[in-house]
Design a protein around this ligand. Structure first.
Ligand code: NDP
Ligand code: ZN
Length: 363
């Protein structure tokens, strides 16, 4: 077993060997890949990854849709697993505990943003993302994500997960959960608010569930009616397949749309004083230039971008989700099915979240 050799590596202070799936360029298919991670530091934990979600950001990154990716690339930032080794200063975890890792693995820790646990906005530009990032804290080596059997991470960036939690459902919370929970809190959603969620995929369904739990009246914008029944079962008031002829006006709209669209079509559907949070990240070059005239004529609304959430809020989101049993809609796959999952997520055939069962790596 690779993990036995990992424990020897820990004892000897060596780099940790890992296996996973990677692409070697933006047009590549995923293939098995062996690599190593930095040695376990005094404040680090070694996690045996049991489940990893597939986020649409993984697809944008693997295909270099935002910027030129760092290859070979092992994506994956929805990670849930078990702690198998701890550094000597670690206090948050003991061996055997469940732990989660999301989109970040480090930051400067001393700027105002980091001190407020908004590590994703590190003012010194030292937010280290879980993959496709250069790790300035470890000799500028590239980071590798969760489509793999293990990860070494500073305990500060790992989230405590109770031992009775369903880990396959916890994994997607580490990105899809926090990315939708955070703007709902930021916009202070309350009982009776009208909230619309645009894009009803992995993130969208989490946004719907949280908003309903917070007492909102929830609506969905999708690009067809395929998931109307599921939406209705969850308590969604109405699912629209376009923004035309919509009479409702909303307090908050969260857009999780990953493709080309015009945000002003949605801003026009806000109440006076309403807010729109944009979390979807369409490929660069597919964003429509803002028509300032249309924006000015839909005045007195607030639009903001929202990027995941800090570590403190991520822990709060995990606790909230488990307390209220708010889980993603998942389909478990083997690691050799990633390529097919990517196709389905791009061509509208996927339902919500694919989660890789990492035990399939050894088969
Ligand atoms: P998914 O692919 O799971 O879901 C996207 C959904 O949007 C799908 O249901 C898709 O419909 C729908 N959709 C696509 N185009 C449109 C459109 N024009 N109008 C309405 N609905 C549309 O993706 P995720 O939920 O994983 O991620 C969504 C986006 O959020 C991505 O761009 C991702 O990179 C970004 N993201 C941002 C984060 C942040 O911190 N800001 C963090 C995580 C993700 P269909 O079912 O037909 O395919
Ligand atoms: Zn993500």
């Amino acid at each position: 077993m690779l993990l036995d050799s990992n424990l020897n590596e820990v004892k000897e202070g060596k780099r940790i060997s890992a296996i996973g799936y990677a692409v070697s360029n933006k047009d590549d298919k995923f293939k098995p890949f062996s690599f190593s991670r930095h040695a376990l530091g005094d404040n680090d934990i070694l996690i045996e990854i049991l489940f990893a979600g597939i986020c649409h950001s993984d697809i944008h990154s693997a295909r270099s849709e935002w910027h030129d990716g760092i290859y070979p690339m092992v994506p994956g930032h929805e990670i849930a697993g078990r702690v198998v080794a701890i550094g000597k200063n670690v206090t948050k975890f003991k061996i055997g505990d469940y732990a989660g890792v999301g989109c970040m693995v480090n930051s400067c820790g001393i700027c105002e943003a980091c001190k407020q646990s908004n590590e994703q906005f590190c003012e010194n530009g030292k937010t280290i993302f879980t993959y496709d990032c250069i790790d300035c804290f470890h000799d500028d080596e590239p980071t590798y994500g969760g489509y793999s059997n293990n990860i070494v991470v500073s305990e500060k960036f790992a989230i405590n997960v109770p031992s009775d939690a369903p880990l396959d459902k916890v994994a997607p919370l580490l990105c899809a959960g926090i990315t939708t929970y955070s703007p709902l809190k930021f916009s202070n959603v309350k009982q009776g608010d009208k909230v619309a969620i645009a894009g009803f995929g992995g993130l969208g369904v989490m946004a719907v569930k949280y908003a309903i739990q917070m007492g909102a009246e929830v609506y969905v914008f999708a690009r067809n009616k395929n998931k109307e029944n599921i939406a209705k079962k969850l308590g969604v008031k109405n699912l629209y397949d376009n923004t035309k002829n919509v009479n409702e006006r909303f307090d908050l709209i969260i857009s999780t749309i990953p493709t080309k669209y015009d945000p002003i079509d949605y801003i026009n559907l806000l109440k006076n004083g309403g807010e729109m949070a944009i979390v979807g990240l369409p490929p660069v070059g597919e964003t429509i230039p803002t028509d300032l005239t249309r924006l000015v004529f839909s005045a007195n609304k607030k639009v903001y971008g929202s990027l995941i959430g800090g570590i403190k809020e991520t822990q709060e989101m995990i606790d909230f989700s488990l307390k209220h049993k708010i889980y993603p809609e998942t389909e478990i796959i083997s690691i050799n099915e990633i390529n097919e999952a990517y196709e389905n997520l791009t061509n509208g055939k996927a339902k919500f979240r694919y989660v890789i069962d990492m035990s399939s790596l050894n088969k």
